[in-house]
Design a protein around this ligand. Structure first.
Ligand SMILES: *[C@@H]1O[C@H](CO)[C@@H](O)[C@H](O)[C@H]1NC(C)=O
Ligand SMILES: *[C@@H]1O[C@H](CO)[C@@H](O)[C@H](O)[C@H]1NC(C)=O
Ligand SMILES: *[C@@H]1O[C@H](CO)[C@@H](O)[C@H](O)[C@H]1NC(C)=O
Ligand SMILES: *[C@@H]1O[C@H](CO)[C@@H](O)[C@H](O)[C@H]1NC(C)=O
Ligand SMILES: *[C@@H]1O[C@H](CO)[C@@H](O)[C@H](O)[C@H]1NC(C)=O
Ligand SMILES: *[C@@H]1O[C@H](CO)[C@@H](O)[C@H](O)[C@H]1NC(C)=O
Ligand SMILES: *[C@@H]1O[C@H](CO)[C@@H](O)[C@H](O)[C@H]1NC(C)=O
Ligand SMILES: *[C@@H]1O[C@H](CO)[C@@H](O)[C@H](O)[C@H]1NC(C)=O
Ligand SMILES: *[C@@H]1O[C@H](CO)[C@@H](O)[C@H](O)[C@H]1NC(C)=O
Ligand SMILES: *[C@@H]1O[C@H](CO)[C@@H](O)[C@H](O)[C@H]1NC(C)=O
Ligand SMILES: *[C@@H]1O[C@H](CO)[C@@H](O)[C@H](O)[C@H]1NC(C)=O
Length: 792
């Protein structure tokens, strides 16, 4: 067996000068030829569950319950049934097993009233604050539980990861980075499940575009063929990217003990991801040792035997919704079992996997309350719908705080911010104001906002939407603040009322323009520009006011070249999708009650051409193919490997203070893994039969001083460069919160064996590469002020 400890042969001393991007190797431009997965059940037989490390007794109880069921009861249990929730498992009342309620989504319970609209996952990510991310998960999870939900359909743990900056659902997930998404996935799953609800890690795997996702029997805006003729987009992913990028967040969710995993609409190497024996049986249930149930996304199941044999455990929504998503399983499975195509053992395993997390969660003893609301569109918004309000007062504060701490200051010149007490304030833009039709209208906003995008944009659309119980608009909060400051406040909500702008903004001491870019499930963004011709609006405001501040509510990168260098645009904030407290949060940042501390969870380029090409495939063919030719070079990794200068780099964000970095050190440590609720079986070179790939084997420390004159927080980041591998990798971050002026604090970056590893496609294991691993610490992915290294 190889030595377990990472040997530190050399430890370089700190360089207190910036390391420039041009020392980094260039991308390997050679394209790969995807090969079909070997999906025969014989190649990757489904590993039967055994409860893993943490669920042994729950597993035994599930096994005993399933052993008492008839075959019909078992197939009913694992097939979605009609009922009050978007998904229901089948009940077995004889054995005391209720129908479990499965409900959207990743930013709050949908589609019901009486819940909170949380900040989007991407906004939570922009805080870089593990504690806040945990608290968001907990508060959100509690609302699910209190609304009578057993299984929440979130979080998004790396599907999408953000391969394309145009991805329509990127806002639902966290960072465009594997490691940081993994951290957020772990914290969110722990938070949600600590509150009593079960979480679902989704969408597994390689789900990186909305275009041609093709749910079974459903029409989408991009359709060019009748439904079910065009196969879903095939994500052709090489084995290295699969491990080093796309699986990482799922590994963290599994480690956190996530109950369920949702497989995605897309194919992977030309096999439906919900029937992909390689990704489900070999990788998820094998390498990651996942012990819970795999459910299909609604319309992701296109068949019977090949899906259950391929590793799917729960067909959703099954015969629910009148079977419109494809009425697979249930009775349909019986002939396949009768003739041996599907073994009863596989059905037992699927039933055990469905029940084990539920038993482990303690919900049998402490079930969520019975409620009467009904999310099935057949019953939705009928007169007998009854809403209960489950919100807790302190959740409003949490949501506001995430809004404040995610606000990412991109530009701040002439001391434009914080505002102080301007005599005259102009507020411009529909994104500053209320929704003139109300939040419940719009085809409907409550289910899937389609056309009523009036008013400030607090969240993206689709199943990631949640109905806000109220919205604090920027106008409301600034107007209220301005009155307290004895300011004059003038607001224009019409984005094209240029006459009114010309009349209103010249006399203002500050003109704040609120702009947005909507994004939603089912569609990718057409461009990276702002909506409603906001570039023109910003330039007209700036032409009339030399202190123009831009606030953007968007679900991904925005191209800002039309106005960013205009000297009259003195400050710019990316405010992401902050949820219901949007206006309260941004106002506290604008007026300096809190210093902004958000940092970008994605890269903003100068143009779409700066990003990897062809990441959204829209060629109208029967079998559309997306080749992930950039392999692991997604987002900042693409920019760093190809020496492309970003406009605003991943990890970037200003503060009202300034920080100095110094004194980097690295030491070899051995702190055994204590954070894995469930243990994965990820193979790694240094495995000695007892150690874990999640043991901490090294720690980097650096000092950060608040050199400004306001209390502020700073997220220090650590990036690794591996020998012979292009691009940098985020491998640690530490948010130093509430640092007083002059205060110096240590940032620490514990490095697990996996954080220092790459995946070997040849050997099919993680290994710490030979040679020197460069470790750089700084304020963003390009402002890397300190460097050290580890040798192996
Ligand atoms: C990606 O790789 C495939 C297979 O090698 C190739 O056919 C295709 O042209 C490549 N696409 C791009 C954009 O390089
Ligand atoms: C897809 O094909 C690539 C290239 O041959 C291979 O490395 C990868 O493992 C395959 N992925 C899956 C999920 O089968
Ligand atoms: C797939 O795996 C099965 C079982 O191991 C094997 O019999 C078959 O030859 C493999 N097919 C391919 C194309 O590799
Ligand atoms: C979708 O499924 C429903 C129910 O099975 C069926 O009535 C309908 O015709 C299907 N729609 C299409 C477009 O196939
Ligand atoms: C098993 O039954 C299914 C469903 O009736 C049928 O499609 C399939 O051909 C049968 N397979 C065998 C090997 O008999
Ligand atoms: C705003 O509401 C109006 C109706 O008052 C509607 O016609 C319009 O489409 C909405 N605008 C947007 C951008 O959704
Ligand atoms: C917005 O302003 C433009 C330009 O003055 C005007 O044409 C348009 O009707 C206004 N929109 C609304 C909804 O009032
Ligand atoms: C508004 O002011 C700008 C800059 O002074 C000018 O270019 C534009 O023509 C004006 N627009 C209107 C509608 O008056
Ligand atoms: C900046 O604003 C002033 C008005 O304060 C205006 O005169 C000037 O033309 C503007 N400059 C630009 C570049 O828009
Ligand atoms: C901005 O315009 C105001 C009012 O016209 C003027 O007093 C101030 O000096 C200008 N500031 C800059 C930086 O040009
Ligand atoms: C530098 O960091 C090391 C390790 O954290 C610490 O022991 C040492 O005191 C620091 N040196 C200074 C000058 O602060």
């Amino acid at each position: 067996m190889p030595s377990t400890a990472l040997s530190l042969l050399t430890v370089a001393l700190a360089l207190v000068s910036p390391i420039l991007g041009d020392v980094l190797p260039r991308a390997d431009s050679s394209a790969f030829l995807p090969t079909l997965s070997n999906n025969s059940a014989a190649a990757w037989p489904p590993p039967y569950a055994n409860g893993g490390y943490a669920w042994t007794s729950a597993f035994t109880r599930a096994q005993s319950l399933v052993s008492q069921m008839t075959l019909e009861e078992k197939v009913t249990l694992i097939t979605g049934q009609p009922g009050r929730c978007v998904g229901m498992t089948g009940a077995v009342p004889r054995l005391g097993i209720p129908a479990l309620c499965l409900e959207d989504g990743p930013a709050g319970v949908r589609p019901v009233q009486g819940v909170s609209q949380f900040p989007a996952g991407q906004a939570a990510a922009a805080t870089w604050d593990r504690e806040l991310i945990y608290k968001r998960g907990y508060a959100m999870g509690k609302e699910f539980y209190d609304q009578g939900v057993n299984v929440a359909l979130g979080p998004v743990t790396g599907g999408p990861l953000g391969r394309s900056p145009r991805g329509g659902r990127n806002f639902e997930g966290f960072f465009d980075d594997a490691y940081a998404t993994g951290e957020a996935a772990y914290m969110t799953v722990r938070g949600m499940q600590d509150s009593g609800v079960l979480a679902t890690a989704k969408h597994y795997i390689g789900y990186e575009q909305e275009t041609y996702r093709d749910p079974f029997n459903q029409s989408e805006s991009y359709d060019v063929f009748p439904v079910n003729e065009q196969t879903p987009i095939s994500s052709n992913i090489d084995n290295k990217a699969l491990h080093e990028l796309y699986m990482w967040g799922f590994a963290e969710a599994v480690r956190a003990g996530v109950g369920y995993v949702m497989c995605s609409y897309n194919e992977v190497n030309q096999t439906h991801s919900c029937a992909n024996a390689y990704t489900l049986n070999n990788l998820l249930k094998g390498e990651l040792n996942f012990q819970g149930g795999v459910m299909s996304d609604w319309g992701g199941d296109w068949g019977d035997a090949e899906f259950i044999n391929g590793g799917l455990d729960m067909s959703m929504p099954g015969v629910g919704f009148g079977g419109i998503f494809g009425p697979f399983w249930g009775q349909n499975l019986l002939p396949y079992i009768a003739n041996g195509t599907v073994t009863e053992g596989r059905v037992d395993d699927a039933a055990i996997r469905t029940l084990t997390p539920w038993i482990f969660s303690n919900q049998p003893a402490y079930p969520p309350p019975a409620v009467t609301w009904n999310a099935d569109p057949q019953y939705y918004e009928t007169e007998d719908a009854y809403w209960r309000d489950v919100r807790q007062v302190e959740t409003m504060t949490l949501i506001r705080q995430i809004g404040e701490d995610s606000a990412t200051l991109l530009k701040n010149t002439n001391n434009a911010l914080p505002l102080g007490a301007p005599k005259v304030i102009a507020i411009v833009g529909s994104d500053a104001g209320p929704n003139e039709l109300g939040e419940l209208d719009g085809g409907g906003s409550n289910a899937y906002p389609g056309w009523n995008l009036n008013g400030t944009l607090t969240l993206g659309g689709g199943s990631g939407w949640a109905i806000p119980p109220y919205v604090v608009t920027p106008y409301e909060a600034i107007n209220y603040r301005g009155r307290a400051l004895n300011s004059q406040v003038y607001a224009i909500f019409n984005d094209t009322a240029y006459d009114a702008v010309n009349v209103t903004v010249p006399s203002a001491n500050v003109a704040i323009v609120f702009v947005s870019a909507f994004t939603r499930e089912g569609e990718d963004r057409a461009t990276l520009y702002l909506d409603n011709d906001a570039d023109t609006l910003i330039n007209i405001v700036a032409a009339n006011n030399n202190n123009t501040i831009v606030v953007m509510n968007a679900g991904g990168p925005i191209l800002v070249e039309a106005w960013i260098d205009n000297p009259n645009v003195t400050a710019v904030i990316a405010a992401h999708f902050p949820g219901q407290e949007a206006g309260a949060a941004i106002t506290n940042v604008l007026f300096g009650d809190v210093s902004p501390s958000g940092k970008l969870p994605y890269t903003i380029g100068y143009s779409l051409d700066d990003y990897a090409p062809d990441t959204i495939v829209a060629t109208p063919v029967l079998q559309p193919q997306a080749y992930f030719n950039e392999s692991t070079l997604v987002d900042y990794r693409w920019f760093s490997a190809n020496n492309i200068t970003p406009r605003f780099e991943f990890g970037y964000g200003l503060s009202y203070s300034t920080f100095a970095y110094s004194n980097i050190s690295v030491e070899s440590v051995f702190w055994p893994d204590t954070t894995s609720v469930q243990q994965t079986h990820e193979p790694f070179e240094a495995w000695d039969g007892t150690n874990s790939i999640y043991d901490i084997v090294a720690q980097v420390m650096a000092q950060v001083q608040n050199t400004g004159d306001v209390r502020a927080s700073e997220t220090a980041q650590l990036y690794a460069t591996f020998p012979g591998s292009p691009g940098i990798w985020l491998r640690g971050f530490d948010k130093l919160k509430g640092m007083a002026p002059g205060e110096t604090r240590a940032a620490s970056f514990p490095l697990r064996r996996k954080d220092l590893s790459l995946w070997s496609t040849e050997r099919q294991l993680w290994y710490v590469p030979e040679g020197e691993i460069q470790l750089q610490v700084g304020a963003s992915s390009t402002k890397l002020y300190l460097a050290t290294s580890l040798s192996h």
